[in-house]
Design a protein around this ligand. Sequence first.
Ligand SMILES: [Zn+2]
Length: 273
Amino acid sequence: MFYQSGILLRSSALRSPRTAHGFSTRLGGVSRDPATREMNLAFGREDPDSVVYENIGIFARAVTGGRYGGDRVVCAPQIHSDKIRYVTPADAGDGVTKRSPDDEGYDGFVTDEPGVILTVRVADCVPILFCGMKKDGSPVVAAAHAGWRGTVAGIAARAVERMVSLGAARESIRAAIGPHIGACCFEVREDFRDAVSSARGEDFASRHIKILGGSLHADLTAMNLEILASAGIGSDAVDASADCTACRPDLFHSHRKTGGKRGAMGAAAAILD
Ligand SMILES: [Zn+2]
């Protein structure tokens, strides 16, 4: 279940004493532009960089209960891929105050070390946060940005596999799918269905792309639930937000609703020292 916690949304599925997580909304930041207010975590939009830095600091402290500031955040240019980067505290600041190595893009992060806040940015795309445990009880966390391309590329399953390869027990892994554009508002065309079909097969496409009110609509929640299930993470281990970002412009940034004139929300997970 998702619940409001200060300026964030959190998932009861990921509650654990040694980890922290949160999904931002439009609330609680210092952006003043109508397109980005109040909380925008993306550079290069309507806000000066100084405003985005301040928002990142507010977000980082909210996520970690004041333990870590914005200097612990790691982000990356997101490229709608299934690429996930393993990071440690030494990588904090990449994508924020420093460029990512080789200036490469990534759509997710995984770590088993405390002290780094894995952050993905979204405005209709699907943010997915993960928490799991090794046999010795130590945590492993991951964060993924799943637009439709990342979704059909299977980034959710890739995140699970990366966690398992770090030692997380698959049966310990929980996932929270944060607010994103719902099937209600994600109207697509035939060429979209063709692209999904060629990536994951005709059956997958027809299960998740349906006619609603005379046009095709895609269900990114259901796609990611199926992909997580294929990686051994059943729906009982997944919490999916029912919020649609395009239906609630008061609460969320939505790329589609605004034609791209918008800020971005963050979704973050960290292990605490
Ligand atoms: Zn909607």
